[in-house]
Each structure stands twice: as structure tokens, then as C-alpha cells.
Design a binder for this molecule. Structure first.
Ligand SMILES: Cc1cc2nc3c(=O)[nH]c(=O)nc-3n(C[C@H](O)[C@H](O)[C@H](O)COP(=O)(O)OP(=O)(O)OC[C@H]3O[C@@H](n4cnc5c(N)ncnc54)[C@H](O)[C@@H]3O)c2cc1C
Length: 605
């Protein structure tokens, strides 16, 4: 007697269940039977595609969205060869499988979560283009050229020639403006893919982005989360790297990865030419003007690069020192001084802590609520399963951890985060009680989903506590809530009349949207066409709706042809640089890249 698909799946183990689903799915796709393929998903379903089907970063929610995407893309993508890459697992009514597949032009990897009703989540990602694989493993370059050759050019001669020609005799295909960790990671991938690329940065040395920040800064994210592509930190690298150490690593990395990295080079303007389909970018290299004509322009100019400096009445008559947190030199000059720090997030806390250690008299002005988690709790509860020594010992690789992270659709991610933050709240209850007793206005995010969702939604509003919160809780750093009304010659005055005498005022007031870089460099019109950068459209504080499903404008095509945004924390720079690099490589090779579902623009900045 023949069984229905449902009967077969019910009686089978996880491997057979997944094999059956994949075979049936592939059959439906091969037959271009979109309705049948979509019906294999659960009613509540999410298909997140990173470049493999959509040439976009796109999450499809619900069967109708799946069907619409397949209808538009199947003929071109022609997917096949769906298979598991390791034995699936089962738990809590969900069968989980790591999968691989092929498309007409590339090879993909992904993850499938099956529920009784059908696929609940599907992640599909492109990891290489056929015929354009990276030269690694068995395909690694030979290096030496054995034999006798009077025309021999050594490796270093080639590098010197390339450096002399690129940007002068030959134009780069891609120009990456901004050589922080984002520009560097993308540049490394493009190098491996053979895409002629120049990375420019106005600063003097790679890593200066970190060197120039306040002296006490160490990374807030742990080492397992921070690896760059291709070259992992060694096993004795500190868990939280001091900022100058990470700067030196970035500088070394640009050399080891043979990047064409131009220091002391500032992009001053950029213009897209519809006729030639290329950018005209004016740069100043070591003070000399030069025009570059890349086909692709990538802004990797940083989420934390455009300081938000407030304009309070009286700033001009204040006789002490005042600066934005990005210009704060560190605490050494301020022992015994009265310092007012405006703001209550990461930079504010780090700066207050370091100033207190040096013996300054520090007051923090809290203007709106903030979210704080203790670093240890965040590491143990929030990141430990994927990014920790224990995770490594259990066989978790960085690449796999990145894919697990990517497999959770943004729409439901907060549901997984809320219980983690509930645990942290419980674990550190005494600390939160003391903090609130000290008058700190603490929040857990609009829906209790904590730090990571705040980061994805608005990129601000939190502090990962490495010690300074305790100083606020116990009163060593004075806390005052309220809005700044004005500055006098020697104080900061709040709306309620509170007067805070000050020798130094630090504005730890955050950073502006990356969209502003496009306005500065290209034009307001292009910046408006592209719209807001970052955020999910979650309709929570500072992340207005409508729902976008992916981070706005990051790592994917924008409304301005050949203009891209890249960046984020080290994890995002590492993982998403792959998808951006593949999109650029495909265009470089002339592989068709029909973009499905180019995002609409709802907000300008
Ligand atoms: C105090 C502080 C602590 C942080 N801690 C962490 C952490 O622990 N972990 C983490 O992952 N992130 C952290 N971040 C976030 C951090 O900013 C980013 O992760 C990181 O710097 C982003 O790298 P990026 O390459 O995207 O941008 P950036 O590092 O900001 O680099 C952008 C570069 O663009 C260059 N540039 C801008 N305009 C031009 C132009 N017109 N021409 C040429 N060059 C230009 C700038 O000189 C700069 O070097 C922290 C940020 C701050 C402010």
C-alpha cells in the first residue's frame, strides 16, 4: 500500500524525513510547480535567502511570499541537488538539517527546520560561484614557479607593479571608501575572488579607527565572535582585545591579505554616470587630487563615524573643555577635575569608569532610559552556545555559528531573545535593584528582547557592563536624570535647574545614520533615494515601521545602482562581507544578477 507524504514523514526518522522533504521540494522546483513547493512550508513560515535565489538579502514570510519569489526566480536560478551535509537532529517537535544545493551559477548552503506541518524556517545562502571558486585548499596558489624563465617576475615585483598601476594605469572595479574592519574584511574577500579593488581611508594607518578611540577601550564582544575572514585570532588572543591590539591586528591583516589599501586618502565627492555606468570619485591621496572611476562604490564608512554633537545654548560661552565621546582622549589629563558626561550608553559608561579610576569627579547625565547587561551574563547566556570556548570544544565552528545566527528570521528573533534576557534579569537581580535604587532609568528594550535586538533595530541604547555600572549603582559616579537646558561659563544646567559645575563636558550622544555619508559624498538626492540605513522596521523606539524583514540597505542592492553599504560589528563584517563580495564578483564577471524584491524606501534618514 502506498503512503502519503505526510504518513511517510511521520513514521520516518529525522534523516529520512528531511531526505523526503528535500526530494519532494526539489521535484516541485524542477517541475516549476510553485504552488506545490510553497505548500510544503508551514502556514507560519520564513525563508531567508542570502543572495542564492534572490540576488538580495531577503526574508519571505508566509507561503504566498514564498510562491511569489519562486515564480519570479526559478527559471533563472534553476536550483538542484538539495541534500543534507550532516545528520539532521530532532527536538521539541522540530527537525533541523544542514543542507547544500546548487543553482545555475553557484553553490549554496543552508539550514532547514521542519515542523509537523512543513518547513518552518529555511535559510539558503550562496557561498561560491561555479568557475570562480576562491583559490584555497586544493586550489591554493602554488607560489613558486619552478623552471627557468628569463621574464620571471617575483611575488614582490608583482605586488609593487600592481600597487603602482591600480588607480592610475588601471581602474579598480570596486572602490571601498572606509578601511575599518568592514572595508578590510570586504577587501580581503574581493582580493580572493580576483576583483580589482582599492580600499581608501583618510587616516594614516589601518586600525587608526580603533587607535583614535579613548584609551581604556577594549572590545565588548568576545574573541570567538570577532574573527576576520580567512585568518582566525590565535588561541592565546585575549577574550576582549584592547583597542590598540585589535588595531595592530587589522594593520597586519591588510598586509598579509595583500590588500590594496590606500592610507591618507579621502574621498571628497562621488558621482554616478548613467552613460558610462561608472562612478567618478574624487579623492585626495597624500594631499594630491586624483580621480578614480570604479564600477562599484561601497561605503564602509562606519556606523559610529558621524558624531551626533548636540547644540545646547551656551556651548560657546563654556570656558572649560568640551568634546564628543569620539574625540575623548582618555582620562589622564582630568585627575581631580569635575567632569559631566552627557549620555548613558556604552561610551558614556566606559568614559565615566576610566575617569573615575584616574580620580576625576564624575557626573553622568541620563537623558533617556538605557539597557545594561553584565558582560559575563551576556557571554554565558546570550552568546555562549555559539561563541565561546565551550562552543568550540563541542565542535562549533565560527562559520557554523554564523549560519545558526543567520537562520533565525528577524521577525521572530525577539521571541528567542526575550527568555535569555529574563534569565539575565534573574541572575543579576541584586545589581538591577541597586542600579534602579540609584535612580537609573533602565529598560530591557520595548518588548523585553534586550541588547542584540536594540543593536539590530537602532544600533544604540545600551551598555555592556564591564564594571562602570557598579560605580553608578554605588554612587561613586554621580547620576543625574534630565535634559540639558544650557551651559554657563563653568557648568551644565538641566531643565529642572540643577547646576553641575564642570571643567570638562563629554557629549556621549551617539552617532548619525550611515545615510549621511551618502549625502556628504554623493548628494542629498541620492541619499534620499537610498533612504535610511540600518534597522528592521520593527516599529520600536528609533526603528520606525513598516516591517522590512532585513537590515535596511546593508550588504545588498540599494535604490542607487552600484552603491552599497557595508559595516556593522566584527561578526557582521565577517559574515555579510561574503554575500556582498559574491554580489560584486558576479557583476564583475557579467553573471546575470536579477534582484528580487529590491527594498522600497520609507524613511530618509
Ligand atoms: C566606543 C566604541 C566601542 C565599540 N566597541 C565595539 C566592539 O566591541 N565590537 C564591535 O564589533 N564593534 C564595536 N564598536 C562599533 C565599531 O564602531 C564598529 O564595530 C567598527 O568600528 C565598525 O567598523 P567599520 O569598518 O564599519 O567602520 P569604522 O571603523 O568607523 O571605519 C570607517 C572608516 O571610514 C573612514 N572614512 C570615512 N569617511 C571617509 C572618506 N570620505 N574617505 C576616506 N575614508 C573615510 C574613516 O576614516 C574610518 O577609518 C564600538 C564603537 C565605539 C564608538
Amino acid at each position: 500500500m502506498t503512503q502519503t507524504i505526510e504518513q511517510r514523514e511521520k513514521t520516518a526518522g529525522p534523516q529520512a524525513r528531511v531526505d523526503t522533504w528535500l526530494a519532494d521540494f526539489e521535484g516541485a522546483l524542477a517541475a516549476r510547480d510553485v504552488e506545490r513547493a510553497a505548500a510544503m512550508f508551514a502556514t507560519d513560515c520564513y525563508w531567508r535567502d542570502l543572495v542564492s535565489f534572490t540576488w538580495n538579502l531577503k526574508t519571505l514570510e508566509g507561503r504566498d511570499a514564498v510562491a511569489a519569489m519562486l515564480r519570479a526566480t526559478l527559471d533563472e536560478i534553476d536550483p538542484s541537488g538539495f541534500r543534507t551535509s550532516e545528520e539532521p537532529s530532532e527536538g521539541g517537535g522540530v527537525t533541523e538539517a544542514w543542507i547544500e544545493f546548487d543553482t545555475a551559477v553557484g553553490r549554496g548552503r543552508g539550514q532547514l527546520r521542519l515542523k509537523e506541518e512543513g518547513a518552518w524556517t529555511l535559510l539558503t545562502t550562496l557561498y561560491e560561484l561555479k568557475g570562480h571558486e576562491e583559490p584555497r585548499g586544493k586550489g591554493r596558489p602554488r607560489g613558486a614557479e619552478h623552471g627557468a624563465n628569463r621574464e620571471r617576475e617575483t611575488w614582490s615585483e608583482k605586488r609593487v607593479r600592481e600597487a603602482a598601476e591600480l588607480g592610475y594605469a588601471a581602474q579598480p572595479y570596486a572602490l571601498v571608501v572606509g578601511g575599518g574592519q568592514g572595508g578590510i574584511a570586504l577587501g580581503a574577500r574581493l582580493r580572493q575572488l580576483g576583483v580589482p579593488t582599492i580600499i581608501i581611508d583618510k587616516r594614516g594607518r589601518p586600525g587608526d579607527q580603533w587607535r583614535s578611540r579613548y584609551t581604556s577601550l577594549c572590545l565588548h564582544d568576545p574573541v570567538w565572535y570577532d574573527h576576520l575572514p580567512y585568518l582566525k585570532f590565535p588561541e592565546n588572543w585575549p577574550v576582549f582585545a584592547p583597542k590598540d591590539k585589535i588595531a595592530d591586528w587589522l594593520e597586519s591583516y591588510t598586509k598579509i591579505m595583500e590588500l590594496n589599501y590606500w592610507t591618507n586618502t579621502e574621498a571628497t565627492s562621488a558621482r554616478w554616470d548613467e552613460g558610462t555606468r561608472e562612478w567618478t570619485v574624487e579623492v585626495e591621496r597624500d594631499g594630491q587630487p586624483l580621480v578614480l572611476r570604479p564600477k562599484q562604490l561601497i561605503l564602509a564608512t562606519g556606523m559610529a563615524g558621524k558624531p551626533n554633537v548636540p547644540a545646547f545654548p551656551g556651548m560657546d560661552r563654556f570656558r572649560g573643555e568640551q568634546h564628543h565621546s569620539s574625540a575623548h582622549p582618555g582620562p589622564d589629563a582630568y585627575a581631580g577635575k569635575k567632569v559631566v558626561v552627557v549620555g548613558s550608553n556604552n561610551s558614556a559608561f566606559d568614559i565615566c569608569g576610566a575617569l573615575w579610576e584616574k580620580g576625576a569627579d564624575v557626573t553622568m547625565v541620563q537623558r533617556s532610559s538605557s539597557h545594561i547587561v553584565k558582560s559575563d551574563s551576556l557571554m554565558d547566556i546570550g552568546l555562549g552556545a555559539l561563541y565561546s570556548e565551550e562552543a568550540v570544544a563541542s565542535g562549533m565552528t565560527t562559520e557554523k555559528a554564523d549560519m545558526v545566527f543567520a537562520s533565525l528570521p528577524y521577525r521572530i528573533m525577539h521571541e528567542f531573545q526575550i527568555p535569555l534576557y529574563d534569565q539575565m534579569r534573574e541572575r543579576d537581580k541584586d545589581f538591577y535593584d541597586r542600579l534602579e535604587a540609584a535612580g537609573f532609568d533602565h529598560d530591557w528594550g520595548d518588548d523585553g528582547s534586550g541588547l542584540f535586538m536594540k543593536y539590530l533595530r537602532r544600533g544604540s541604547g545600551y551598555y555592556i557592563d564591564v564594571g562602570a555600572a557598579e560605580l553608578v549603582a554605588n554612587g561613586d559616579v554621580r547620576l543625574v536624570g534630565g535634559q540639558v537646558k544650557e551651559l554657563t561659563a563653568d557648568s551644565v544646567v538641566l531643565q529642572d535647574g540643577t547646576t553641575l559645575p564642570a571643567d570638562l563636558v563629554v557629549y556621549a550622544t551617539g552617532y548619525g545614520s550611515m545615510n549621511g555619508w551618502a549625502a556628504d559624498l554623493i548628494s542629498q538626492e541620492v541619499a534620499d533615494r537610498v533612504g535610511k540605513v540600518w534597522g528592521l522596521g520593527s516599529a520600536t523606539t528609533k526603528d520606525p515601521g513598516p516591517w522590512e524583514g532585513e537590515q535596511r540597505n546593508m550588504w545588498k542592492p540599494t535604490q542607487q545602482e552600484s552603491l552599497w553599504f557595508h559595516g556593522g560589528n566584527l561578526h557582521q563584517s565577517r559574515h555579510y562581507s561574503l554575500y556582498l563580495a559574491l554580489q560584486l564578483k558576479a557583476r564583475f564577471e557579467g553573471i546575470p544578477t536579477p534582484v528580487y524584491g529590491l527594498q522600497e524606501v520609507h524613511h530618509l534618514s
